[in-house]
Design a protein around this ligand. Structure first.
Ligand code: TPP
Length: 221
């Protein structure tokens, strides 16, 4: 996987019985962790308006979550199954972790040529004038069931959200993964009728309302 993996995920609000249901379905607690995420953008918000999410996850390193690249000769990058879903019932993002891939993609979005000093992400962050716009901590309990992961997150600004997630290596695997993700969410008794916002949406709405409005206008949130 030269450019990282594709994450297919569906969010939900956990109930008091969610963990018991997970265990009853055969899921195993894979671990508990705490981490802090720092997110970066240009002062005029060009990354997030283009649905690109650059973060430093403390302890894990730099990550860029962004729309999957359209397959060569493909249909524009929206997998058919995902296109049939109502917006935000499930999302598909590429997760880049290699510095070269991250910097290459950032430069593509911003329309600049990579400089030699940007072979590591911090050099590019400085050179591209990227600034921190969000910082929050998360306490997470993770379960595993087959190839799926379920994360139960509690953010330190007072918001809890859960997600079912599958990681796949290629676009062609997205539709089947999406089906599995939605099936497990249904099995947990959490249907997709209401849209559950992610941590970032809630953070921006509460702490960066102008940024939030800009992303609503851009159709990103
Ligand atoms: N969530 C939904 C439901 N729709 C969106 N358009 C986004 C998120 C935009 N988005 C994509 S990646 C990202 C955001 C805000 C950064 C945070 O990703 P998330 O999966 O919420 O956090 P994680 O579980 O990786 O900590």
């Amino acid at each position: 996987m030269p450019w990282g993996s594709i994450e297919v995920e569906a969010k939900f609000t956990a109930g008091p019985d969610t963990e018991a249901r997970l265990v009853a379905l055969g899921a195993a607690l894979a671990g508990s962790s705490s981490f802090r995420d720092l997110y970066y953008d240009t002062p005029d918000l060009r990354l997030t308006r283009a649905d690109h999410w650059l973060r430093l996850r403390q302890g894990a390193g730099w990550e860029l979550k962004c729309p999957p690249e359209p397959p060569a000769g493909g249909t524009g990058g929206v997998p058919e199954a995902a296109a049939q879903e109502p917006p935000a019932v499930a999302t598909t993002y590429q997760e880049l972790t290699s510095p070269r891939a991250i910097v290459g993609r950032l430069c593509g979005v911003l329309g600049v040529a990579p400089a030699p000093a940007w072979d590591q992400v911090p050099g590019a962050v400085a050179g591209l004038d990227l600034q921190e716009f969000a910082s929050f901590g998360t306490r997470r309990r993770s379960y595993r069931l087959g190839g799926l992961r379920v994360d139960l997150d509690q953010a330190d600004f007072g918001y809890a959200v859960a997600e079912v997630e599958a990681l796949v290596g290629a676009q062609e695997e997205v539709p089947a993964a999406l089906e599995e993700v939605l099936q497990l969410r249904r099995a947990l008794g959490r249907d997709g009728a209401t849209r559950v916002p992610g941590k970032m949406s809630v953070y921006l709405q509460r702490h960066r309302p102008r940024h939030y409005e800009a992303l609503l206008r851009a159709g990103v949130l």
